[in-house]
Design a protein around this ligand. Structure first.
Ligand SMILES: Nc1nc2c(ncn2[C@@H]2O[C@H](COP(=O)(O)OP(=O)(O)OP(=O)(O)O)[C@@H](O)[C@H]2O)c(=O)[nH]1
Ligand SMILES: [Mg+2]
Ligand SMILES: [Zn+2]
Length: 310
């Protein structure tokens, strides 16, 4: 195990364990065990490190870049289908997906569902933050009860007034979370409030559309002084979990997955089958018709994307 790596890189010290806090192609920023951060380069072309990866790395004997030698197995991977049809991994070893939404830009409940579904499929916690509540004090632009009704924690915040930030802190303590959502909802602004010295770049306050110049371009992991860490990720226009069998989509919607056992057919897809307990629950209003529509859309998308290539 004492690898050839140390002999191959004579200008470097013994390998140690580190955490990737940012990845820019072949260059990564690695945090050592005392939480200092070091610029490193990936040793091999085939290594693909993402934010949150645990790695074996060696620091240089002088002040040049360290070398990442090896990735440790990941406990979770947040991924999406790539344009080439395979899986693009966005972050690793996450314990909680925090979907951030706001009255502006227009909230999209279907996008929230898809992130929550990805979180269910990874086996991590999921929750919803409705930011910019100062712009929508009565929370009219998004039906938050659809998410709280199925057990997701929902926190409403305002970076402007400071409302809800204490609740958000409680949700983030002692675990690794990722902030995801549309561009301009205030992910970076929230982090700046939580970590005042971090100097995280955010869109200018004056930007009316919310898509200002300082839009986040790469995921970066930030430590919280209360314990835990948050990965700030670039905003998206759209998101879907990486390809899964259409049959597994129900595992991403907990109220649907929970009810599947009561369907007449054990392989019920909850689409047109008779004796479907899920459709019955939609009819009685026990399951939100909109969440069910979201499920159907995701099944259709997964049918179009075809089988996973991984
Ligand atoms: N009114 C109001 N504006 C906010 C609030 N939070 C953030 N903003 C503004 O929203 C805009 C976008 O904020 P960012 O923090 O850059 O948004 P982001 O989600 O990080 O965006 P990306 O990095 O592009 O994904 C900025 O102009 C912020 O000042 C809030 O609670 N209330
Ligand atoms: Mg940002
Ligand atoms: Zn069914």
């Amino acid at each position: 195990m004492k690898s050839g790596a140390t002999t191959r890189y004579e200008s470097h010290k013994e390998p140690e364990t580190g955490l990737v806090v940012a990845a820019y192609g072949r260059h990564v920023l690695v945090e050592d065990e005392t939480r200092d951060r070091h610029r490193c380069i990936l040793a091999k072309r085939r290594l693909r490190a993402v934010c949150g990866d645990v790695v074996q790395w060696s620091r240089a004997l002088d002040d040049s870049d360290g070398i990442v030698l090896k990735l440790s197995p990941r406990t979770t991977e947040l991924a999406r289908p790539s344009r080439r049809g395979d899986r693009e991994i966005l972050a690793a070893n996450i314990e909680q997906v925090v979907v951030v939404s706001a009255p502006r830009p227009d909230p999209d409940p279907f996008l929230i569902d898809r992130y929550l579904a990805a979180s269910e499929l990874m086996g991590t916690e999921g929750c919803l933050v409705y930011n910019k509540s100062d712009l929508d004090p009565e929370h009219k632009a998004l039906d938050l009860s659809e998410f709280s009704a199925v057990g997701y924690p929902v926190v409403t915040t305002s970076v402007l007034s400071g409302a809800g930030l204490e609740d958000l802190r409680k949700l983030l303590v002692d675990r690794i979370s990722i902030f995801v959502g549309h561009s301009g909802v205030g992910k970076s602004s929230l982090l700046n409030r939580l970590i005042p010295d971090a100097e995280i770049e955010t869109a200018a306050l004056s930007s009316a559309s919310g898509e200002g110049r300082h839009t986040t371009t790469a995921s970066v992991l930030h430590r919280l002084s209360i314990g835990g860490a948050v990965i700030d990720s670039p905003g998206v226009r759209d998101y879907a979990p990486s390809t899964i069998a259409p049959r597994d989509v129900s595992k991403g919607f907990r109220e649907i997955g929970d009810r599947s056992d009561a369907c007449r057919f054990s392989n019920c897809m909850h689409l047109r089958e008779p004796g479907c307990a899920v459709k019955e629950a939609v009819e009685t209003g026990e399951i939100s018709a909109r969440r069910y529509e979201s499920y159907r859309r995701l099944v259709r998308l997964m049918e179009q994307l075809g089988p996973s290539t991984t």
